[in-house]
Design a binder for this molecule. Structure first.
Ligand code: 13P
Length: 333
């Protein structure tokens, strides 16, 4: 492991006023979103859409890294430039989703374990040769009466530690993404408790495995009520709960913390981040790594009129700019 090399990548990613754009939807997830909007689920259409996202002019003012999917890291623009070279020419770090999705957790109904450790070392080496400097691995937890169980939390945490260790051995910065899903009608207190317990166990395992914390990034969900909860909560309440939880459970030495949007309304995700930044000073660099909250407008516009790429790119840029402003606490609606 080359600690200096890892820190250099982290510094380039965690650079004010920027954040990370996630465009790493797996084939089934991407297809699901296309079907909903009437877009054919072909490789060509996925290429066309991802080209729009990757070539958006001036996006590097707000975005320091893109997370790609296996298919995307190998694709090229219509005029034959690799997607990776387009990003690199703008000084944007190239990231890659390396988990292989989730499997049912044996004997634990409704719980999931993330798959993909088999052959991971070889895949990391290949991705590195293709230009990747950071990676992402996501685990999901559903809040229910008896979930997530300690077994599920512990198992996923052990897997995170193995993944992060392999990444760092290959001088790739690991993003560790434990996502507490918004599904359900739980309140914010329940989400707090689950997130806190989960983060405690994740960091216990990462430390036990000797993970170099300044050379990794945590990607987390916010502490937020379930999407079927009927109780309205202000942005400031979400911000205060999230920051309190992170202060309690996330070591100060970590390279940075980024948020996923997780199906929140786009503007709410941006306002919540903005509120958090105004609670500073914070012990870690804090920014966004949104997928849907930045892509939604552009995807809908492109699905409606595939010829107006410039219009869709303008919407993408606007959402990236709003997220960037929120990352420095300067978003005004
Ligand atoms: P969302 O912001 O759409 O939740 O996506 C972020 C991500 O990377 C999920 O794994």
């Amino acid at each position: 492991m080359n600690e200096k090399a890892l820190i250099k990548i982290v510094k380039n990613l965690m650079k004010e006023p920027k954040g990370i754009l996630a465009i790493d939807e797996s084939m089934p997830t991407c297809n699901k979103r296309f079907i909903k909007l009437g877009v054919p689920t072909t490789k060509e259409k996925r290429q066309e859409y991802r080209e729009l996202l990757i070539t958006a002019p001036d996006i590097e003012r707000y975005i320091s890294g893109y997370i790609l999917f296996d298919e995307t890291i190998r694709q090229k623009t219509k005029d034959n430039k690799s997607f990776v070279s387009v990003l690199q020419s703008k000084g944007i770090e190239v990231g890659i989703k390396v988990d292989a999705g989730v499997l049912d957790f044996k004997d634990h109904e409704g719980e999931k374990i993330t798959d993909g450790l088999d052959g991971l070392n070889d895949r990391l080496k290949e991705y590195k040769s293709l230009g990747a400097t950071f990676a992402k691995w996501r685990a999901v937890y559903t809040i229910g009466e008896n979930t997530p169980s300690e077994d599920c939390i512990k198992k996923n945490a052990e897997i995170f530690a193995e993944y992060a260790s392999l990444c760092q051995e290959n001088n790739i910065v690991p993003i560790v993404e434990p996502e507490v899903l918004m599904d359900g009608d739980h309140n914010i207190e329940k989400c707090y408790d689950v997130t806190a317990k989960n983060l405690q166990i994740v960091f216990d395992e990462l430390k036990k495995a000797g993970i170099f914390l300044p050379g990794m990034i945590l990607k987390t969900s916010m502490v937020i009520p379930g999407k079927d909860s009927k109780v309205a909560v202000f942005n400031m309440e979400i911000a205060q709960n999230t920051i309190k939880c992170l202060r309690e459970k996330v070591p100060n030495e970590i390279g940075g913390i980024v948020f996923l949007s997780g199906g929140q309304d786009d503007i709410e995700a941006i306002k919540n981040l903005n509120a958090m930044r105004n609670l500073g000073p914070l012990p870690w660099f804090l920014t966004f790594s949104y997928g849907r909250a930045i892509q939604n407008g552009a995807l809908q516009a492109w699905a409606k009129n595939g010829n107006d790429v410039v219009g869709a790119q303008e919407l993408l840029l606007q959402s990236a700019k709003n997220s960037s402003l929120a990352s420095i606490g300067k978003y005004e609606n």
